[in-house]
Design a protein around this ligand. Structure first.
Ligand SMILES: NC(=O)c1ccc[n+]([C@@H]2O[C@H](COP(=O)([O-])OP(=O)(O)OC[C@H]3O[C@@H](n4cnc5c(N)ncnc54)[C@H](O)[C@@H]3O)[C@@H](O)[C@H]2O)c1
Length: 434
C-alpha cells in the first residue's frame, strides 16, 4: 500500500527538523511532486518557511516560495500533523553535552511525537547522525509502545545524511545514500522511497551498519585533518618547510594518497561532534577509540596554535600583542557558508579578546554574530578599515574576498587557509616564521 502511495506520489512526507538537512531535503522531495509537511519547534523558522523565505544558504528563497505556493511544502509546529504523514524523516540535531556526551533529547522527543501519532503503514526514517544501536535500541522500543509491530504494521530505517553545505557539485540528488532498515522490508521500502529523488541507493544489512558507516566517514575526516594539522605544527617547529607545498606535492601521487588540509580547527555540526558519539558508545563495550581522542586533542589545540602564531608574528614585527588590533576575516566554520556552529573562529575571537588585544571581524555571510551572549557586528571591509589593524587573521577563505586588496592594505597577515600568495608580510599556518 505504501509502495503504491510512493509510486503515485500520493504519499505525504513529514520532515521533523527543518535545518541544514531537513530543508534541502524537503525541496528535493518536492521537486518530484510529493507533498511535505515540515514540523519544527522553532516558530520563527516555521513562519519563515510558510512565507517562502529561506534561512539556509543552500536553499534559494525563490525556489522555496515556488513549492510553498504550489502547496507542496508547508511548515507547522503541530506534532499531531504527523498522523497525516505516510513517511516521516527525522532531521533534528544530535549535539553533545559540555562533557562531550551524546544528547539524544531532540531525537527521543521526536520519536515520542511519532509514537503518539503512529498508525499502520507508516515508514519512519532517522536521518540524524548518531551512535550504532540508536535506531533499534532507542527508537524501536519507543515506537512499539504504540502496540504496532515493526516490519508488519510500520517500518523503520536509518539513512545517514551526507549533505555538504556549500558544495556546488554534490547535492541531495547526486550523493549516494546508505539505508539500513530494521527488517528487510523496512530497507526495501525506504530504498524504494529514496530512489524517487536520489540517483544511487546503497542498502546495508542493518541500521547499525548504516549508523557506523556515517561515523566512519566523519571520523575518517576528523583523523586525517588532525594528521595534517600535526604535520603543520611540525613544519612550523622545523621552519623552512611549508605544509601547503608538501601537500600539493604529495597529491601528485595518483594512488594511495588523498589530500586533507590543515587549518585553525574543525567546526560545524558534524566533524567535531560525531566522533564523540562513537567513543561514548564504544566505552560500553570496554573499548577505547584511541584515534578519536588523539584527533580531538590535536584539532582542539589548533585555535590556540593559530593565536600563538599571531602573537609570535606581532612580537617579531615589534608590535606589543597586548596593544595589538586584530581583524579576523571569516567567522563561518568553512568557506562560502554562514554556519557558525562550533566554528574555531569563535574560539580564536574569544582567546584574542581575553589574552591578546582588541579584535574585530568581517564575514560576508555573517553580518552579526553572538560571542558570549554579546551581539557583535561585522566591520565593512575597505582598504581604509584594513589599515586600522596591526594584523589580519584569515580564518575562513571565503571566495568573495578580494585577496589582492587585503594583501595590499594589511600590515601583517596570518593566513590559516593558504588563501593568499606568499609575500613578505604573509605568515602561513604550517610554514614557520623565517
Ligand atoms: N549540517 C550538516 O551539514 C549535516 C550533514 C550531515 C548530517 N547532519 C546531521 O543531521 C542532523 C540535523 O542537523 P542540521 O545541521 O540540519 O541541524 P539544524 O540545527 O540546522 O536543524 C535542526 C532543526 O531541528 C529543529 N528541532 C530541534 N529539536 C526539534 C524537535 N524536538 N522537534 C522538531 N524540530 C526540532 C531545530 O529548530 C532546527 O530547525 C544532525 O544529527 C546532524 O549531525 C548534518
Amino acid at each position: 500500500m505504501l509502495r503504491n502511495l510512493i509510486t503515485s506520489k500520493k504519499a505525504r512526507i513529514g520532515i521533523i527538523g527543518l535545518g541544514y538537512v531537513g530543508l534541502p531535503l524537503a525541496i528535493e522531495i518536492a521537486t518530484k511532486g510529493f507533498k511535505i509537511i515540515g514540523i519544527d519547534i522553532d516558530k520563527d523558522r516555521v513562519s519563515s518557511i510558510n512565507k517562502g523565505v529561506s534561512f539556509i544558504s543552500d536553499v534559494e528563497s525563490a525556489e522555496l516560495k515556488k513549492y510553498v505556493r504550489k502547496n507542496l511544502i508547508r511548515a507547522t509546529t503541530e506534532q499531531r500533523q504527523l498522523k497525516h504523514c505516510d513517511i516521516i524523516l527525522i532531521c533534528v540535531p544530535t549535539p553533545v553535552s559540555v562533557n562531550k556526551e551524546p544528547d539524544l533529547t531532540p531525537v527521543i522527543k521526536s520519536t515520542h511525537w511519532i509514537r503518539d501519532n503512529l498508525r499502520a503503514n507508516q515508514l519512519v526514517i532517522l536521518k540524524s547522525t548518531t551512535y550504532p544501536e540508536t535506531t533499534d535500541r532507542v527508537l524501536l522500543p519507543i515506537l512499539e509502545e504504540s502496540g504496532l509491530k515493526v516490519g508488519r504494521d510500520f517500518f523503520l530505517a536509518f539513512c545517514p545524511e551526507r549533505i555538504d553545505p556549500g558544495n556546488k557539485r554534490y547535492g541531495v540528488a547526486n550523493t549516494p545514500v546508505i539505508i539500513g532498515g530494521v527488517t528487510k522490508k523496512c530497507t526495501r521500502l525506504a530504498a524504494f522511497f529514496y530512489k524517487q529523488f536520489v540517483d544511487e541507493v546503497h542498502p546495508v544489512s542493518s541500521p547499525r551498519a548504516a549508523e557506523m558507516t556515517k561515523l566512519l566517514e566523519n571520523t575518517f575526516r576528523n583523523v586525517n585533518i588532525a594528521l595534517v594539522n600535526e604535520f603543520a605544527q611540525l613544519c612550523e617547529r622545523m621552519g623552512g618547510i611549508n605544509i601547503w607545498e608538501v601537500i600539493e606535492a604529495a597529491r601528485t601521487k595518483p594512488f594511495g594518497f588523498m589530500p586533507f588540509y590543515p587549518g585553525p580547527g574543525v567546526g560545524g555540526h558534524c566533524i567535531p561532534i560525531d566522533p564523540y558519539y562513537l567513543s561514548w558508545k564504544a566505552r560500553e563495550y570496554d573499548f577505547h577509540t584511541v584515534f578519536i581522542e588523539l584527533s580531538a586533542r590535536i584539532n582542539e589545540e589548533m585555535p590556540y596554535f593559530a593565536v600563538n602564531k599571531t602573537i609570535e608574528v606581532l612580537s617579531r614585527s615589534g608590535v606589543c600583542p597586548n596593544k595589538a588590533k586584530v581583524l579576523i576575516l571569516g567567522m563561518a566554520f568553512k568557506r562560502d557558508i554562514s554556519d557558525l556552529r562550533h566554528s574555531p573562529a569563535i574560539k580564536v575571537f574569544q582567546i584574542i579578546e581575553s589574552r591578546v588585544g582588541q579584535v574585530k571581524y568581517h564575514d560576508p555571510h555573517l553580518p552579526e554574530i553572538d560571542v558570549d551572549h554579546r551581539k557583535i557586528r561585522s566591520v565593512k571591509l575597505t582598504p581604509r578599515e584594513i589599515k586600522k589593524y596591526d594584523i589580519v587573521l584569515i580564518m575562513t577563505d571565503h571566495s568573495a574576498y578580494d585577496y589582492e586588496m587585503i594583501v595590499k592594505n594589511a600590515r601583517l597577515i596570518v593566513d590559516t587557509r593558504n588563501a593568499v600568495k606568499d609575500g613578505p608580510r604573509v605568515f602561513k599556518l604550517g610554514a614557520g616564521i623565517s
